[in-house]
Design a protein around this ligand. Structure first.
Ligand code: ME8
Length: 522
């Protein structure tokens, strides 16, 4: 036999890299869970996936926070980066790497990209005078800021700005205005969702000024090549992380170079400008291909209110997962929030959603149908008889999910993919109730076997498709239908992987307990 070379198509997906100036919060967890679902989906769909997340450790915010705590920025970064790494494990994230911008590999690539931009004639030395938000690590035009009643001047994201004047290198961003607009025009999928695309286009049409890309009033950053009095502006180094991890700029034939350009950067809506304006301009200047897509998700609100330390409603993801369990939390955020829009969460909403869709939905369907098989069919998957139109329609609905969810997930419509999977659960409930297999037990046992076979087969396919979203629970469901370990990816969906009659099943164990709110002292 001649071995067949299988070359899977690469798929590179990233989250933003988080500032480790504090512990991770629920917004960080949300972004990682959503990106993980997309990475897992593509892996199961046969792509060669590289999924990157990490921490953004330089800049003035890190330096100031460390000083306030009486520790070094490196100590602060080490302590909190470890928290972000632990969160990724806790959330069952399938990231293939975790990048820290203080790593040697990243210093190297940041200096490489700087040199490429300089060699292209896009970097010059001057001095900067203008407004800067340390919290956003962003420069703002005066007309983007306002002085509020408290006498403090704020930037467009509601964070205070301060006046900065210092020697600085500039990047000739102004020269990229037309090329960027042309790129947006020719690549309508470059920015999603549409609201963010429109926002970016109008910002760029408004005119781009050259960007200050180095700082001299502090030293916690990556040194500018040949001018050690300057450290790179933190966003120059931060954005570069995505290409650092592939090694593309150092060696186009290296083991991970095939992943560049990224298929999609998943970020929050507050940092779209950096990703859809600065980053492509840097890459154009460095002569490297641009990412195919930048998709901005919305913000999570606690009971409709913005989370903030002063309101005391910043939820620790560890507490949330301890309270509800990991997969219920993953499921809630992925199903409840329209990906790309803001979303609200509350204990009540999480409880309601997991009871209706998981405990009373797929959990109940699996346990009712599979326990009937164990009791009434000798503990083995029954042999189906001739299929009726209803059976065929039911199987066709399950078989159609691959194409529809593939389309939705390709557009980051995670909530829509999940909604269509759960809609098939409801359809199966109606099918099951309508066929009354419990009544067929005496009148027509062969027909009962067919109905149970069809139902179990739909459960199998739903379990395969739920793996990207709730991997641990989906695995348990697949164990319940005795799906072979090598037939759990999307190649096993549809006709190709139908349940094999005669396969022994064990009595189903419950996978999704009902959520019962804790007693409160009224
Ligand atoms: O912005 N809801 O880091 P970061 C949803 N280091 N998402 C939220 C959120 C919320 N309430 N709060 C924050 C940075 N996020 C930079 C990124 S990338 C080269 C550098 C999202 O720790 C936010 O939008 O402030 C961003 O995508 C991510 O969490 C990290 O935010």
């Amino acid at each position: 036999k001649t071995p067949i070379m299988t070359t899977k198509t690469p798929f590179y997906i990233t989250t933003a890299i988080s500032y480790p100036n504090g512990k991770p919060h629920i917004g960080h967890a949300y972004e990682l869970i959503a990106t993980d679902a997309m990475a897992r989906y593509q892996r199961l769909d046969g792509r060669d996936v590289f999924f990157l997340t990490g921490t953004d450790e330089h800049g003035q915010k890190m330096q100031q926070t460390a000083r306030a705590e009486g520790i070094t920025p490196q100590e602060l970064a080490d302590r909190n980066s470890a928290e972000f790494q632990a969160m990724a494990v806790m959330l069952n994230a399938s990231n293939d790497d975790f990048i820290r911008t203080t790593q040697a590999r990243h210093h190297e690539t940041s200096q490489t990209i700087w040199n490429l931009m300089a060699d292209n004639g896009d970097i010059y030395k001057d001095s900067y005078a203008g407004w800067y938000s340390v919290r956003d690590e962003a420069y703002y035009q005066e007309d983007e800021t306002e002085v509020r009643a408290d006498g403090v001047r704020y930037g467009p994201q509601g964070t205070p700005v301060e006046w900065v004047e210092e020697a600085s290198y500039f990047f000739k961003l102004s020269e990229y205005q037309d090329r960027l607009l042309k790129h947006y025009e020719e690549n309508p999928d470059f920015i999603g969702p549409a609201e963010r695309r429109n926002e970016v286009i109008s910002f760029v049409k408004g005119g781009l000024k050259d960007l200050s890309v180095s700082r001299t009033t502090f030293d916690w950053g990556i040194k500018v090549p040949n001018d050690p009095a300057h450290v790179m502006y933190v966003w120059v180094d931060a954005l570069t992380n995505y290409i650092t991890a592939t090694g593309y700029l150092e060696d186009k034939n290296g083991p991970r170079a095939k992943y560049w350009p990224a298929d999609v950067h998943i970020i929050g809506k507050d940092i779209i400008r950096f990703h859809a304006v600065y980053w492509p301009a840097f890459l154009m200047s460095a002569g490297a291909p641009l990412p195919k897509r930048v998709f901005a998700h919305g913000f999570l609100l606690n009971k409709g209110e913005k989370m903030s330390k002063s309101l005391g409603n910043v939820v620790d993801p560890v507490n949330l997962v301890n309270h509800f369990g990991l997969d219920p939390v993953r499921y809630f955020f992925l199903r409840e929030v329209s990906f790309g829009q803001d979303g609200s969460y509350s204990e009540e909403a999480i409880g309601t959603r997991i009871n209706s869709d998981l405990a009373n939905g797929i959990g109940n369907l699996a346990s009712r149908s599979l326990s009937m098989i164990v009791k009434n069919c000798d503990g083995k998957i029954p042999t189906p008889g001739a299929l009726t139109d209803e059976d065929k329609t039911m199987l066709a609905s399950a078989d159609a999910l691959l194409a529809s969810t593939r389309d939705d997930m390709g557009k980051q419509l995670i909530h829509r993919a999940l909604a269509s999977i759960i809609a098939v659960v409801s359809e199966t409930d109606r099918y099951f109730a309508g066929q009354e297999p419990w009544a067929l037990k005496k009148t027509d046992p062969e027909r009962m076997g067919t109905v149970l076979y069809v139902t179990a087969e739909v459960v199998r396919q739903i379990a395969i498709l739920l793996q990207p979203f709730i991997p641990g629970s989906a695995e348990k469901l697949l164990d319940l239908v005795a799906a072979p370990a090598d037939a759990r990816d999307f190649a096993a969906l549809g006709e190709a992987g139908r349940l094999v009659p005669g396969t022994p099943l064990e009595a189903p164990k419950p996978v999704f307990p009902r959520y019962v709110p804790p007693e409160t002292d009224a």
